[in-house]
Design a protein around this ligand. Structure first.
Ligand code: ATP
Length: 305
């Protein structure tokens, strides 16, 4: 359900709109971005500094009459890696939407370094966040275009650095014209895993304090899967990382896992701690429900969400 947001801070979106319009004809996203409310310049500046700590404190949220988040509390420390897991509809994407301030909590608060994120200028806040969604977008253009529209003044050194972090150096070495190689229409020549890592490299280029990553549910071959995990590990060294995780192998490498069930955090701990002591979590990750989106409700217990 969490489908249509961009992979880059929103200030960069505006800079990139020209290129996006050239390259993303079929994607309806530009319209969506343009429809966003005009910048709210009012609001405090997001505190600069080393790292960003995010906290959900007793957050309640409903879509119309439907409660979606029910007293959600968790923290993401600077440069830590937190995974959110849960069945479809548990509220994972809504957590991202609240962080991005597409919606506001009905009660409770989302804090960044101790301040309510609603007190910040929305655009400035969004410029500190990057998002890599499941549907990794690659534009018609070169690899360089694809990376640098998010941060137009990047040097080649910057580009190579994020490509290395995203585990793409080998790909670049293989491309006939390196960074200047056209990637073809929407990156058709690339694998899904490579496209996702290009999106990740692009996100890292903006030096976010917080990276939101919605891990792809689509099948990745083992090579791409390992490459993605390494890239995620690298990303977590650069910034705070909150991942909607769909693969056991990604979940295992998180510092903490937040288990969402029907909008409630029913447990949060490391994989090893949760395994065995939390039945829902154990069924979720060992029953294959995480990797292939089987319906736990229908297969195990009606009403488990
Ligand atoms: P998935 O893994 O399928 O993406 P999720 O855990 O991310 O699921 P959410 O997308 O956060 O879950 O949705 C939580 C609940 O809120 C679902 O019941 C969904 O139908 C509902 N919902 C999501 N977006 C909206 C919306 N814009 N308007 C009304 N209801 C919504």
């Amino acid at each position: 359900l969490y489908a249509t947001y961009l992979i880059i801070p929103f200030t960069s979106v505006l800079q990139g709109v020209g290129l996006l319009q050239k390259g993303m004809g079929a994607l309806g996203r530009v319209t969506e971005v343009q429809a966003l409310p005009v910048e709210d310049t009012a609001g405090a500046a997001v505190p600069a500094g080393s790292g960003l700590a995010l906290e959900f404190r007793d957050v309640w949220f409903r879509y119309r009459d439907r409660p979606v988040l029910r007293g959600v509390s968790f923290t993401v420390e600077p440069r830590s890696h937190v995974a959110v897991v849960g069945l479809s509809g548990a509220g994972k994407s809504t957590v991202f939407s609240l962080i991005e301030r597409f919606y506001e909590p009905d009660s409770g608060v989302v804090l960044a370094n101790g301040s309510d994120i609603r007190d910040f200028s929305r655009d400035q806040w969004r410029s500190r966040i990057a998002l890599v969604d499941q549907d990794s977008t690659v534009l018609n253009g070169t690899l360089r275009d694809n990376l640098s529209y998010a941060a137009p003044h990047s040097s080649d050194r910057d580009l190579h650095e994020v490509l290395e972090l995203a585990n793409l150096s080998e790909l670049v070495a293989r491309l006939p014209d390196g960074l200047n190689t056209p990637l073809g229409e929407r990156g058709r020549a690339l694998s899904g895993g490579e496209r996702q890592r290009i999106a990740l490299a692009r996100a890292l280029l903006t030096r976010p304090d917080l990276l939101l990553l919605d891990e792809p549910t689509a099948h990745l071959d083992p090579v791409n899967e390992r490459a993605l995990h390494r890239a995620i590990r690298h990303a977590a060294q650069e910034c705070a990382l909150l991942v909607i995780a769909h693969r056991l192998s990604t979940i295992r490498q998180a510092d903490r896992i937040v288990v969402l069930r029907a909008g409630e955090v029913i447990a949060q701990d490391t994989h090893d701690e949760l395994l065995g002591i939390n039945n829902f979590y154990t069924t979720l990750v060992t029953g294959g429900f995480v990797d292939n989106s089987k319906s736990l409700e229908t297969e195990i217990s009606p009403g488990w969400r």
